[in-house]
Design a protein around this ligand. Structure first.
Ligand code: IPE
Ligand code: IPE
Ligand code: MG
Length: 242
């Protein structure tokens, strides 16, 4: 491992390109999603080894319901299979699984399984794995505002800090590094609020091809960035950000 790497505390990934990966091989899109699930395993393992604190993966957006029924059904059963298959391994490696998103949109069976694996892994003291499923960044902000205002209708209490505490990612530092595979350069309604000062990294690699080497390259690129948060480069060098 390169010792000069600055390890991000929180990495957020839009895992894009499964469909194209399959199409290039003249296989159904779902084949690509299955291979994408394998890439998830690799990335979770690597993040654990690198002592990344939190990994947030975009698994299914609130807009992905627009896809053909067959693909949506296939993704739902893949999610179920992956939860069943990976639960034990997550516990073994101290990974704490947390879903963010409107899971009430899923079948009762899937909701129960999600809660079950969340509870099973709740004691994990290693990587926090946030899976964004039926997630939308705008939904997250609206839900947070509703939750806050229902308890505290005083508009003066609505601040950046108080709203942040109501988001689905509450208690987790904002992502340091955002990665999108698959060649598109857009956010697609992922963590809109939380990405305000994240470093953005885009790669043309399709998600099933994103391996340990690819993640290391992204982190090496991140390590070279100077994060200024609105300050001048000189101020940052003088350590005024501390
Ligand atoms: C991302 O891969 C996975 C999900 C959205 C569930 P895509 O399925 O979007 O793959 P492309 O973009 O069509 O290649
Ligand atoms: C974003 O990918 C959502 C996930 C990776 C789950 P999409 O493939 O749905 O994004 P668009 O439609 O190209 O913006
Ligand atoms: Mg896509």
């Amino acid at each position: 491992m390169n010792l000069e790497m600055v390890i991000p505390r929180h990495i957020a990934i839009v895992m894009d390109g499964n469909g194209r990966w399959a199409q290039q091989r003249k296989r159904p899109r779902l084949f690509g999603h299955h291979r994408g699930a394998e890439a998830v395993r690799t990335t979770v393992k690597t993040c654990g080894q690198l002592s990344v604190e939190c990994l947030t993966l975009f698994a299914f957006s609130s807009e992905n319901w627009k896809r053909p029924e067959e693909e949506v059904d296939g993704l739902m059963s893949l999610l179920m299979t992956a939860l069943n298959r990976e639960a034990k391994g997550l516990v073994k490696h101290g990974v704490r699984l947390k879903f963010i998103g409107d899971i009430q949109g899923f079948s009762e069976k899937l909701q129960t399984k999600i809660k079950q694996v969340e509870e099973l892994t709740a004691g994990g003291d290693g990587l926090l794995l946030q899976v964004a499923a039926n997630y939308g960044g705008r939904w997250d902000i609206v839900e947070a505002a509703k939750a806050l205002l229902s308890r505290q209708p005083d508009l003066n209490e609505l601040t950046e800090t108080s709203l942040s505490k109501e988001l689905s990612t509450q208690g987790v530092p904002d992502p340091d590094l955002f990665i999108r595979t698959g060649g598109e350069r857009r956010i697609s309604n992922f963590l809109l609020w939380q990405l305000a000062y994240s470093e953005l990294y885009f790669t043309d690699l399709l998600w099933p091809d994103f391996d340990e080497q690819a993640l290391t390259e992204a982190i090496q690129d991140f390590s070279k960035r100077q994060r200024r948060f609105g300050m001048t480069g000189e101020q940052v060098k003088e350590g005024l950000h501390a």
